[in-house]
Design a protein around this ligand. Sequence first.
Ligand SMILES: [Ca+2]
Length: 128
Amino acid sequence: MDKTSTAAGPIYRTLSSKQQTGFPVSVNMAQLEGGPGAIELGLACIVGCFDKHARGDGDAASLTTKEFQSLIKDGFPNVLKGECAEKIMKTLDLDESGTVDFKEFMNLIGSLAIMLHQALSEISQKSK
Ligand SMILES: [Ca+2]
């Protein structure tokens, strides 16, 4: 069942989101009352950045090496070095397809989030 509302409220794609997450997810953040929450905004940025770079070759489902290098430069100018992009991509490409799809890309996001949390925890411990 696909319940979609474009005029009056957020769009819920119950079929596709339930297959992914097990519960309905709003996919139109622009129409949320009060605007998106901080984490929702962060998720939108991650998805939007992946989509922007993945569309380079007309296939928005995955990143080629060139697209991945472009995403690293654009999305992680402080955290990751551009020259490491090929090595990172090989690590992320779990199915060895030669491209990085969104699920593979999320492993990078998850790892970086864990590293950031650990770094902040260490800083917090040192300041006590
Ligand atoms: Ca892949």
